[in-house]
Design a protein around this ligand. Structure first.
Ligand code: FES
Length: 165
């Protein structure tokens, strides 16, 4: 008596090659594994917080002695200029008021220049020539009890406001 499953009995001309069956099983397993890994990766990305890391808006810049008299110091991480003149300190944004390019202090011309469309700003942030439509904003600067200058980029101050330290 034949004990094989009737589905497994070989029909003439329809024999299944065991190598082919193993190959198809392995292929299906690999496809399932790829799909599983992909769905896990998407799930992990979905569940992880979408955090934007930006530099702090309130930060210390060290003691006043760190800045020479009549100097303009660019802080690249905070994108500000620390300007020290005989009258005191001012902190000016380095972001151009035209389309937001990062400006550069130029000692040669004694001005802040925008590399994108050629705007020029004076040391006090006022526009020398456009296309920038408005001056560079000034930020609040103060001094901590332990003698460090602090900048608050969330507080805009008038350009005439100078901090004596
Ligand atoms: S972005 Fe500065 S001049 Fe256009």
């Amino acid at each position: 008596m034949d004990t094989r499953n009737p589905d497994e009995t070989e029909q003439p001309g329809t024999a299944v090659n065991p190598d082919r069956r193993d190959f198809l099983n392995a292929l299906a397993g690999a496809a399932f594994a790829v799909a599983a890994v992909g769905s896990i990766a998407v799930t992990v990305e979905y569940l992880s917080p979408n955090v934007l890391f930006e530099p702090p808006t309130n930060f210390r810049i060290g003691p006043p002695e760190n800045f020479a008299l009549d100097s303009v110091t660019y802080l690249p991480e905070q994108q500000v200029y620390i300007v020290r003149e005989p009258a005191g300190f001012t902190v000016i944004s380095a972001i151009c008021t035209h389309l937001g390019c990062i400006t550069q202090w130029s000692e040669d011309i004694n001005m802040i220049a925008c590399p994108c469309h050629g705007s020029r700003f004076r040391k006090n942030g006022s526009v020398e020539h456009g296309p920038a439509p408005s001056p560079l904003p000034h930020f609040l600067i103060g001094l901590t009890s332990d003698g460090n200058l602090t900048v608050d980029k969330l507080t805009i101050v008038p350009p005439t406001q100078v901090f004596k330290a």
